[in-house]
Design a protein around this ligand. Sequence first.
Ligand code: SF4
Length: 175
Amino acid sequence: MLSLRSKKNEVEIRVVIHKLTLPHLNDVYDFVFGDFFQPYSKKSISGIERLIFIFMEMEGRAGDNIKEVGITHTQAKPYLEELFSKIKNAPFEIRLYHFPLCALSPKLWSFIWRTLPEREITFLPQCQTCSFQKHCLGIHKDYLKYIGDKEFQPIKEQIKIKETNNFYHPIAKAI
Ligand code: SF4
């Protein structure tokens, strides 16, 4: 894979977070850091551009096997908070896909990208009172079907953010 990398061909690794991978996020990071990243040199380009952690979509086979693989955002949160506490200076970009903002603490918001099509997500009535709805991906409809809406609470605190001009990556920094 890395042999095909060039200035025009970027390489990224995507890891789906579900019940089986959740306890191993730290190990995944260490593996990627150790085996897939080598610094740029004048002679060669190597390593990956980015590592992406994707919260599972509860559809198709995942929906059929929800007891075996299903997780909640509440279950995932401590693992992600622990992981990101150790990777402040990662040598590649790290992104989070499929996370509503209230599922993670503000210090992780700058990693969150809006990646699901509009037809697959929704907002709850309480989202209308959330201070950050315009920056939020929303909630995957299938998550509500299998898990429910109890975890999603409007954010009322005054949290300072630095916005981007990118719809898909709306928050550059949260303070
Ligand atoms: S309450 Fe709704 S709009 Fe606010 S962060 Fe949560 S899901 Fe997003």
